[in-house]
Design a protein around this ligand. Structure first.
Ligand code: HEM
Length: 417
């Protein structure tokens, strides 16, 4: 009797398995539904919204590695993907060999050695932001601190004048916002319409001028490198980049290089408050902070879903997914897969992580991984130095709603006195 009741209760609680990536409620805590996908529907099909999803670690990894079946050139967010190539001049939405040529051009700027040279400057930026907050009582960890570090760093690397971090964040946050209840297909169509990249807004209106200036008077920044770069073209000849390609690069690097890192820092601030025992480990041994960044990325991936267009029929878990389908590779679910990580729902700064998928994998593996890791380590180190213990006002925490990044916009932070 008891066991039948328990069974009935479990079934009732479990309910229909339905995953809607646009649902704010699910987005706030997607882990229970992702666990059910991994256990009950490792190849999930949402007929209403028209997409498939892979959620287990091994499947997501294999999907990320197979760029011939799961292509990026038709768009990388589900609502944007269609049977036509997106035609957006950003390498994240290109496939080899075009992607390979463009990636080669900028990868030199992001090698671990080049990035390591930025540590002193990033430490200064963190100190300038945090010092005035010491003794000031409650502040917002994102608005007053974490939200300003990544845009300050990436905009300087790209070549924008200083002082634009707040304006830039406002432009990007509003352009990425997804209003619940809106038809995702309409949003996807709008984003594809915006494909020209020359439709500039916010700080990007400065780009044509900056490009002109750097053509005449190059500096040590990415805009200078891009306007003077020679690209190996398909026929073996070389050519300079078009204005559209340069603008695409600048927009991609500025946006990808700031939004995600802000979310990583927000997650770290919140999870360390929720797990004071783990924070004590970092205070006792700051050498663990780099690993805490990895664990935070595994535990709460800032970019949790990688969308792909299926370029050929593929059989997965006994079902043929036809060419032309949309596929969601749920890398954040993969990083909580108990088939790969023991006790995956525990946040443990000492965890040994062989490979998490928060930066994707394979062809499009995040080019800014070393920079994100450095910013994460330095920002947390400087926080812990000044504020060894803190609490978060959980009721007042707010989230961003987009179809690409996931995380917080507001994290009220009260230092312990
Ligand atoms: C915690 C921070 C970050 C996370 C979680 C993150 C995550 C990701 C993921 C998942 C991808 C793969 C996308 C795909 O497979 O379609 C990616 C690609 C990319 N990321 Fe990041 N990223 C972060 C920081 C950065 C930074 C700091 C930069 C600045 C340069 C950056 C620039 C890029 C670019 C340009 C790509 C496209 C690479 C390609 O297509 O070859 N990201 N990132």
């Amino acid at each position: 009797m008891l066991s039948r009741e328990t069974d009935e209760m479990t079934t009732a609680q479990a309910g229909e398995l339905y995953y809607d990536p646009y649902d704010y409620g699910i987005d706030a805590d997607p882990y229970p539904v992702w666990k059910r996908l991994r256990d009950e529907a490792p190849l999930y099909h949402n007929e209403k919204l028209g997409f498939y999803a892979l959620s287990r670690y091994d499947d997501v990894l294999a999907g990320l590695l197979d760029h011939e079946t799961f292509v990026s050139s038709h768009g990388i967010t589900l609502e944007m993907i269609s049977d036509e190539p997106a035609g957006i001049p950003m390498m994240i939405m290109m496939d080899p060999p075009e992607h390979t040529r463009l990636r080669k051009l900028v990868s030199r700027a992001f090698t671990p050695r080049r990035i390591q040279a930025l540590e002193t400057r990033i430490t200064e930026i963190c100190s300038e932001l945090l010092d005035p907050l010491v003794g000031a009582g409650q502040f917002d960890y994102i608005v007053d601190y974490a939200g300003l570090i990544p845009p300050t760093v990436i905009l300087a690397l790209v070549g924008f004048p200083p002082g634009l971090a707040s304006e830039f964040r406002a432009t990007v946050d509003s352009s990425m916002h997804f209003e619940e209840g809106r038809d995702p297909t309409a949003i996807g169509a709008e984003r594809r319409e915006n494909r020209s990249v020359t439709d500039l807004s916010g700080i990007f209106t400065m780009l044509p001028d900056l490009m002109r200036q750097r053509r005449q008077d190059p500096k040590e920044d990415l805009i200078s490198a891009l306007v003077h770069a020679e690209l190996d073209d398909v026929d073996g000849a070389s050519r300079t980049l078009t204005d559209q390609e340069i603008m695409g690069f600048v927009r991609l690097l500025s946006t990808a290089g700031s939004e995600t890192v802000v979310r990583l820092l927000g997650f770290a601030g919140v999870e360390l408050a929720r797990h004071p025992d783990q924070r004590e480990l970092l205070l006792a041994d700051p050498g663990l902070i780099a690993n805490a960044v990895e664990e935070t990325l595994r535990y709460e991936a800032p970019s949790p879903i990688q969308g792909r267009w299926v370029a050929r029929d593929v059989e997965l878990h006994g079902t043929v997914v036809p060419r032309g389908s949309k596929m969601a590779l749920l890398n954040a679910s993969a990083d909580r897969d108990e088939r790969h990580f023991p006790d995956p729902d525990r946040y443990q700064v000492r965890r040994e992580i062989d490979r998490h998928l928060a930066f994707g994998y394979g062809t499009h593996f995040c080019i800014g991984g070393a920079l994100a890791r450095l910013e994460g380590r330095v920002a947390l180190t400087e926080t812990l130095k000044r504020f060894p213990r803190w609490e978060i006002d959980e009721a007042a925490v707010q989230r961003i709603h987009t179809t690409t990044v996931r995380g917080y916009t507001n994290v009220p932070f009260t230092p312990a006195v």
